[in-house]
Design a protein around this ligand. Structure first.
Ligand SMILES: *Cc1c(COP(=O)(O)O)cnc(C)c1O
Length: 791
């Protein structure tokens, strides 16, 4: 294999041979898919050498590992990042040029691995890339979902969900490892700590290689698949159906009880299998389980993998025969927890009956943990109401976050503001109890995918100005600041944006038929559809602008053309979110077809927003919409991708927006709205009156009146409008005036090119902090303490 990728000619020879061998085809008659699959096969085989080298190094040097447990890994396509990180992209490019192949077109054949639905899963994917790139032995652990998060289509203005059968073609980057299968029990009953008569399921790992950038480090993401096993005597329909459901899909519908069992079963399967395989490895290397913490940290990404805590207790006590206290100490030195949720009421909990039925021994252990935790609080003289809030089981629920905080040695938030809110408000009781566990790790993104791969035009500009070292260490991009007011550089940024806009315009034309004006401001809001993210606030302003363009000649004269672009999936059962998608689409048809405003205003909703679509959208943006209700967005990472590609944030002081504005400078973003503190005070005062705001603002009345005309009858969007008037929990109306002002300011600033591109350059130059290489290095320095892989 070694020689295949060493130069263009050896690669060409190997490619021709493999194409013939795999598909019995030649360069001319191979289909796009066959070209893709041949390339992927060759590359994966080549990467196996570095993978083996890395595995051996970690083993021989007895390196500690982090196992990163996450329900989601939104990795997207792997072909391009694997080619780039391995350093073979130029050779393949040159060979394909000779063949007359378009590498870009071939890469797009790969299906997105949609093993996640949003920011949390994308963060986990960025962490894999960064950990391998900074040469740390970190390994991902999750489930091998047969269907990704649904494929979204817009029909009749509404979201319709279709299954995402991403595994229809073989996933070339995975390797099934039968020899490392483990067995996981469900149901049964407990007799003297022994689980009797359980239903056994076999869990088989599929390892996907994770390639470090230019360092020959290759780790893996381990995805578990459930299968029937002969350990279970009766392969009846119930059993086979139960087993087959476990891997069927990500976040199955849990509105009914069967769905709840299924989700908990998924969580236990990948948690228990991940722990079991780590312990198998640990023991095979001749180490004592008493030394587990020296060799592993199990990082719990949000609460879905919480069960690793009681599961590890079970193994240490029931299988390794340690006493409770000794086992607990090991668990407490091995597990670390990342919190992603601010709302206490959104913290994950499980009905006790479901939990106990499905996992009887695990439930017993959680009960014992709870008993001891409560006793400790009592000894510290905690008041009963405090204890009731903090205990691990309460109100007939098992509280996953409480288990995580109690069982972990580290609890981290994901942005500075988020961690402060956790410490001072949402988890204050736990912070008082365990001040040393709490720490902040502001999220990051891998600049390899989110700049080097998706925006070579910008890379070229930066390289020319400051050299190429910044590609390895993104903090060095700071040197770009010296050119912020250089009009020649500003012009280059402007033409980079134009090139990226043209690519996006073409894609949107193909997908939606809408033709966007390349001279317009590209104003983009792409993220999951959620009320707290306030896509609705964006729509209200768009309608206001539209009505004003039609009624105010002076406003129209001074208005710079603006394209508003949305991309968002709504959870299938989230009615309000789906109503908002419908509203955006209805509004877009009316606005896009109005000849009075047509050249100035366009609204597009792109369907099926995912990683591959994101790669087109981020680089084309002038304005990054980050308009969540302050205090509600833990961090955000989309905000960082926009910043790195030179967009200016129109945003609230929420999540990592706070740090973005601090680093780039407040005057290089457009900040508006209530602060987190003001929001908290409004909730506390409990006297918010959105209807009063509406009644005093003619603009809102006009916008609401327009929305009422959109449906077949005047009650069409009542759900949305009444909610705003009567409740408006996310304070849309409270921030409306301030947002309109911010938007007007943005439109005006854009017309002053020298100011605008200075702002844009200041954003790029100060995005270095948001590299996930930095985030991972901080996790390692403060939490994991892994040694680097140094060949
Ligand atoms: C970055 C990213 C997200 C997260 O976006 P936020 O604005 O932080 O919510 C979600 N989905 C995809 C596909 C992404 O690339």
């Amino acid at each position: 294999m070694k020689e295949i990728f060493s130069n263009k000619d050896t690669f060409k020879g190997a490619f021709i041979a493999a194409l013939d061998h795999l598909f019995n085809k030649n360069i001319e008659n191979a289909s796009l898919y066959e070209r893709y699959a041949t390339l992927a096969h060759l590359l994966d085989k080549k990467l196996a050498e570095d993978y083996n080298k890395t595995t051996n190094y970690v083993k021989e040097n007895n390196l500690k590992k982090t196992i990163y447990f996450s329900m989601e890994f939104l990795i997207g396509r792997l072909i391009t990042s694997n080619l780039m990180n391995s350093g073979y992209a130029p050779i393949v490019q040159a060979a394909f040029n000779d063949f007359g192949y378009d590498l870009n077109e071939i890469e797009q054949v790969e299906a997105d691995a949609g093993l996640g639905n949003g920011g949390l899963g994308r963060l986990a994917a960025c962490f894999l890339d960064s950990a391998a790139s900074v040469a740390l032995p970190l390994y991902g652990n999750s489930l091998r979902y047969e269907k990704g998060f649904f494929v979204q289509k817009i029909e009749n203005n509404k979201q319709v969900e279709y299954p995402d059968n991403w595994l229809n073609n073989p996933f070339i980057w995975e390797e099934r490892k039968d020899a490392e299968a483990v067995y996981i029990p469900f149901y049964g009953y407990v007799e003297y700590t022994v689980l009797k008569n359980p239903v056994w399921v076999k869990a088989v790992p599929y390892d996907v290689k994770v390639v470090g950038a230019n360092n020959e480090v290759v780790t893996h993401l381990r995805l578990w698949k459930a299968e029937p096993t002969s350990l279970h005597y009766n392969h009846d329909e119930w059993y086979l159906n139960m087993v087959s459901k476990i891997n069927e899909s990500l976040y199955p519908d849990d509105s009914k009880e069967a769905g709840k069992y299924l989700r908990l079963q998924q969580q236990y399967l990948f948690s228990a299998a991940g722990i079991k395989s780590a312990i198998n490895e640990h023991k095979a290397l001749g180490r004592s389980v008493k030394d587990l913490a020296k060799y592993y940290t199990f990082q719990i990404n949000d609460t879905h993998p919480t069960l690793i805590i009681p599961e590890l207790m079970r193994i240490l006590m029931d299988e390794e025969h340690l006493g409770y206290d000794e086992a607990w100490q090991i668990v407490n030195e091995t597990c670390a927890y990342t919190n992603h949720t601010i709302l206490a009421e959104a913290l994950e909990k499980w009905n006790v009956d479901i939990f106990r039925n499905l996992l009887p021994r695990i439930y017993e252990i959680v009960e014992e943990m709870n008993r001891r935790f409560v006793r400790m609080l009592q000894e510290k003289s905690y008041a009963e109401n405090k204890i009731n809030e903090m205990k691990l089981i309460g109100n007939n629920s098992v509280r996953m976050a409480n288990i995580c905080i109690y069982g972990s040695y580290s609890v981290n938030g994901v942005a500075a503001l988020h961690t402060e809110i956790l410490k001072n408000i949402e988890l204050n009781d736990f912070y008082q109890l365990y001040p040393n566990k709490f720490n902040n790790k502001t999220n990051g993104i891998t600049h390899r995918r989110w700049l080097l791969h998706i925006n070579p035009e910008l890379v070229k500009i930066i390289d020319k100005l400051i050299g190429t070292e910044w590609q390895k260490d993104l903090s060095l991009v700071k040197a770009l600041e010296n050119y912020a007011t250089d009009t020649k550089v500003q012009k280059q940024i402007k033409s980079m944006k134009l090139a990226k806009k043209r690519a996006l315009i073409q894609k949107i034309k193909e997908d939606t038929g809408v033709e966007l004006n390349e001279k317009a401001i590209f104003d983009i809001q792409i993220k999951r559809l959620h009320e707290y993210k306030r896509q609705l606030l964006n729509v209200l302003n768009i309608i206001y602008v539209y009505l004003r363009l039609k009624s105010d000649k002076n406003f129209k004269k001074n208005f710079h053309a603006q394209n508003f672009i949305f991309g968002a999936k709504a959870a299938p059962s989230y009615v309000m979110a789906k109503d908002i998608i419908e509203l955006i689409n209805k509004v877009s048809h009316i606005i896009n077809n109005d000849p009075e405003t047509n050249d100035l205003l366009k609204v597009v909703f792109v369907s099926n927003y995912n990683v591959s679509y994101a790669e087109f959208l981020f680089p084309a943006a002038d304005i990054s919409e980050q308009i969540s209700t302050a205090s509600k967005e833990a961090s955000g990472t989309g905000n960082m991708k926009f910043m790195l590609n030179g967009a200016v944030t129109v945003g609230t002081l929420d999540g990592a927006n706070v740090e973005i504005a601090e680093l780039a400078g407040m005057n290089n973003e457009i900040i508006f709205g209530l602060t987190a503190e003001e929001v908290t005070n409004i909730y506390k005062a409990n006297n918010y009156n959105p209807r009063a705001i509406y009644e005093q603002d003619q603009r809102l009345q006009d916008v609401f009146a327009f929305i009422r005309t959109l449906g077949d009858n005047e009650h069409y969007f009542d759900n949305v409008l009444n909610n705003l008037l009567n409740k408006d929990y996310f304070l849309v109306l409270a921030d409306f005036a301030s947002y309109v002002e911010a938007q007007e300011k943005a439109n005006k600033l854009y017309q002053d090119e020298q100011t605008w591109y200075k702002m844009s350059i200041m954003n790029i130059a100060n995005a270095g902090f948001f590299s996930s290489d930095r985030t991972i290095s901080q996790y390692n320095a403060d939490i994991w303490h892994l040694k680097e892989i140094k060949f």
